[in-house]
Design a protein around this ligand. Structure first.
Ligand SMILES: C[S@@+](CC[C@H](N)C(=O)[O-])C[C@H]1O[C@@H](n2cnc3c(N)ncnc32)[C@H](O)[C@@H]1O
Length: 330
């Protein structure tokens, strides 16, 4: 999905500028390189990636805008499929510097009580300071708790539970127990991972566990059956475009003014919401007089639908469709 661009809101953007200004660009850039290497190579799950103050600042500068954009896009899908879902309480697990907290408060301004569970004290410290600069009362008042997530971990019950870009940092053997604990007592659970084959594999595994627990998928899938994407040959992921701030460009030494963040996710709930419509799985092919859509559907698995100009209004709507949208649109 090349969604309308969920760049960080002004208050987050300003908070990042102010709080990161006390670090030198050279130090931030060096830490960004170090983090990119660690994330590419994968780290032993026992290591705390965001261990030092400078690494946390670098993460906030170069990754938080992107994880914010991915979480925003996923939560917007959830809000579209379940418009009557109005969460008052939110728990974010492995919250880092708080990307999901900011994203959820933007999608659901009705949120009142927010709790962040995070293992790294330096991430909590920066996350809390950023949050104090938010325009959202719920984000400002968020409770940040130092906690190491594992199977059976205690967390407050909440209408919304998110865990973004965390499953990949946990020991593989703990995935089932963690997902079960995270989903227990959650009104809606949303798990987000990088849009890579490995990230998707974790999301599919988590999705199976959530279904076994009796939850139903809210988004992005239009069904609760096994994922129809052939294992090992392809992976379900979406993409969201975000503007890079000047700071972001400096610390990432990037030249482009935007980047595309690829992500995979699943949202599930014990409550039965109306199912999502078919999901557009690729950039639509748009030629003169026709639009071709690759779809994940409820009844026919993966299908291709071609909409031609002769279909009038439907064709006009298809011209505006992007990767990750529902089809037909609401
Ligand atoms: C890649 S960062 C993602 C941060 C944030 N959720 C985001 O989307 O930007 C992963 C975070 O998970 C935290 N984390 C990893 N394993 C954890 C565990 N077992 N318990 C608590 N936090 C954990 C890390 O300290 C780090 O802050």
């Amino acid at each position: 999905m090349m969604a309308a661009m969920p760049s960080p809101p002004d208050d987050l953007h300003n908070a990042l500028d102010v709080l990161l200004s006390r670090f030198s660009t050279a130090d931030l850039t060096q830490s960004v390189r170090h983090l990119i290497k660690q994330y590419r190579e994968g780290t032993p799950p026992a290591d705390v990636v965001l261990g030092s103050e400078i690494d946390v600042a670098a993460y906030a500068g170069y990754r938080m805008p992107a994880t914010f954009a991915a979480v925003s896009a996923a939560l917007r899908h959830v809000a579209a499929v379940a418009p009557d879902f109005t969460p008052r309480t939110h728990v974010d697990i492995g919250g880092g510097t708080g990307a999901a907290v900011w994203a959820a408060a933007q999608v659901w301004p009705v949120l009142e009580k927010v709790t962040v569970l995070e293992q790294a004290q330096s991430a909590i410290s920066l996350g809390e300071r950023l949050a104090k600069r938010s325009g959202s009362p719920a984000v400002r008042a968020a409770r940040w708790t130092r906690s190491v997530i594992r199977a059976g971990v205690e967390k407050p019950p909440a209408d919304l539970v998110t865990m973004s870009y965390v499953l990949g940092e946990l020991p593989t053997a703990s995935l089932e127990g963690v997902v079960r604990s995270v989903a227990a007592d959650a009104g809606m659970v949303v798990l987000i991972e990088p849009g890579t084959p490995a990230g998707y594999a974790r999301i599919v595994a988590a999705r199976d566990i959530l279904l076994e627990q009796g939850l139903s998928v809210v988004a992005p899938c239009p069904h609760d059956q096994a994922c129809p994407i052939p294992s090992g040959r392809d992976w379900c992921h979406l993409s969201t475009r975000l503007n890079r701030s000047a700071l972001h460009r400096q610390v990432k030494t990037g030249v482009l003014s935007f980047e595309d963040e690829k992500f995979s996710y699943v949202a599930a709930s014990a409550q039965r919401w109306p199912k999502a419509a078919n999901r557009v799985l690729r950039h639509p092919l748009k030629r003169k007089g026709l639009v071709s859509l690759e779809l994940c559907t409820d009844e026919d698995g993966l299908t291709q639908e071609i909409i031609t100009k002769r279909q009038g209004e439907l064709y006009k709507r298809a011209r505006d469709i992007t990767w990750g949208d529902e089809w037909p649109p609401r």
